[in-house]
Structure formats: structure tokens, C-alpha cells
Write a protein that binds this ligand. Structure first.
Ligand SMILES: Nc1[nH]c(=O)nc2c1ncn2[C@H]1C[C@H](O)[C@@H](COP(=O)(O)OP(=O)(O)OP(=O)(O)O)O1
Length: 166
């Protein structure tokens, strides 16, 4: 299902967030959750488990689906639908991988100037414990030019087209 759809897993444990400094590929240089694309035969949640293991060396004991974000880039043909998961607990010890260097952060001190420009909008909603859907339009890959973010009961139920009319 949804082969290719990327996802993000954000560990939130003991009042701190585990983010990773992305060292390679799309978004390198930014702090972000752990994630990547869904592979053939995987569900989105299975891909989130796998990417967390590959990129941070830990195993999620549960995943909470908390958001669906649609990113439209002017230099890419199709928008990306990114599923955001909260990981309240895990087993193993976070360790640096080829792609990501894990760092614990205080929610009040997130380095938004070193994160994707959409993050300053939806992380506060995530941190409040709410669920959300949003559409974000970028030019020049990283410059946010338009967005619409809404809190929802269940992420993924609201058609993205409804978020295009403000
Ligand atoms: N505007 C944005 N804001 C954000 O917070 N995360 C974004 C984002 N645009 C992309 N991402 C995330 C989604 C996904 O976890 C990651 C990029 O996915 P990619 O599949 O390109 O990752 P990788 O380069 O790690 O590739 P694979 O691991 O090979 O799938 O960046």
C-alpha cells in the first residue's frame, strides 16, 4: 500500500524529543524525525518501524499515527504525502547511522532555523498531543510560500483538497 509515501517517526520520551541530524540525501543538514519511503509490500507503519531501526538503531514498542502532511515542491512533479508518527517508547539505544545523527532535544528549544520550514507550524500541535493534517507549498525546494494546517480527530480522513480552500 502507498508504495513510496514517506513517513516520519518522532520519539517523545521523558519530556524530550529524539530528532536526527540528516547527514545525506533529501533534507540533509536539517534536524528531523526518522523516516523515508515505504518499500514494496510494507504498510506505512511497518516502514516507520524499519526506518527507525535503520536510522536510529532502536525498535518502537508502539506507534501513534498523529499527522498527515502534504508537501508540494515546485521542482517536483508530484506532491508528497508524509505520515507522522509519535513513538512514546522503544527498546535499544539510539546510535548514529550513515544517514542520521540522533540528538535529544527539549521541546521548548527546538532548532527551527535548522529544520524544514513547515516544522515550526506543526510541531507545536504535535507537542500539545493533538492530531493534524496540513498542506505546505515550497519553492526552491526549501522556501515555504503557502500553508494550511488543521487539527483533526483522525489523521488522513480529511481530503487534502479541502485544505486547499482557505
Ligand atoms: N517539508 C518537510 N518537512 C519535514 O519535517 N520532513 C520532511 C519534509 N520533506 C520531507 N521530509 C521527510 C520525510 C522523510 O522522512 C524524509 C525524506 O524521505 P526520503 O525517502 O527522501 O529519505 P531518505 O533520503 O532517507 O530515503 P530512503 O531512506 O532511502 O527512503 O524527509
Amino acid at each position: 500500500m502507498e508504495c513510496g509515501a514517506p513517513q516520519l517517526a518522532i520519539v517523545e520520551k521523558n519530556g524530550r524529543l529524539l530528532l536526527g541530524l540528516k547527514k545525506t540525501g533529501f533534507g540533509s543538514g536539517y534536524y528531523n524525525g526518522f523516516g523515508g519511503k515505504v518499500e514494496p509490500g510494507e504498510t506505512i507503519a511497518q516502514a516507520a518501524h524499519r526506518e527507525l531501526q535503520e536510522e536510529a538503531g532502536i525498535t518502537a514498542t508502539s506507534l501513534q499515527h498523529r499527522g498527515v502532511l502534504t508537501f508540494a515542491f515546485d521542482d517536483q512533479q508530484l506532491p508528497w504525502e508524509v505520515h507522522v508518527y509519535r513513538v512514546p517508547d522503544y527498546t535499544g539505544e539510539p546510535c548514529e547511522s550513515q544517514e542520521m545523527a540522533p540528538v535529544w532535544m527539549h521541546p521548548q528549544e527546538l532548532p527551527y532555523d535548522k529544520m524544514w520550514a513547515d516544522d515550526r507550524w506543526w510541531y507545536p500541535v504535535f507537542l500539545r498531543g493533538a492530531s493534524f493534517q496540513g498542506v505546505f507549498a515550497f519553492t526552491n525546494t526549501t522556501q515555504l510560500v503557502w500553508h494550511n494546517l488543521q487539527e483533526v480527530e483522525e489523521p488522513g480522513k480529511l481530503p487534502a483538497t479541502e485544505l486547499l480552500t482557505v
